[in-house]
Design a protein around this ligand. Structure first.
Ligand SMILES: [Zn+2]
Length: 89
């Protein structure tokens, strides 16, 4: 068994999500559903951030195996939260 980091992007234009292949960094990222294209200067940062999360989770597993430390797993996502005070506006 092997552990893989999976990353996905959610397109706010059409609301759909699609997976990112972390093994190959593309020249351009385009939503496969509505064809909107990501700003090119964001691609590097997206892949750096995903790679960083992957490294952290790898280290958690390594610490578990080598030092018997408790394992954690980092996941990052964005979520819209509705606060009650927003109803009065
Ligand atoms: Zn889209």
């Amino acid at each position: 068994m092997a552990m893989f980091t999976r990353a996905s992007l959610t397109c706010s234009q059409c609301g759909k999500s699609f997976p990112l292949n972390l093994n190959v960094k593309p020249q351009a990222i385009r939503c496969p559903f509505c064809q909107k294209e990501m700003a090119s200067d964001m691609i590097e940062d997206v892949y750096t951030a995903a790679g960083y999360v992957s490294d952290i989770n790898y280290r958690f597993r390594k610490y578990l195996n080598e030092r018997d430390e408790p394992e954690f797993r980092l996941s990052v996502w964005e979520e819209e939260i509705h606060y009650p005070y927003e109803d009065t506006e």
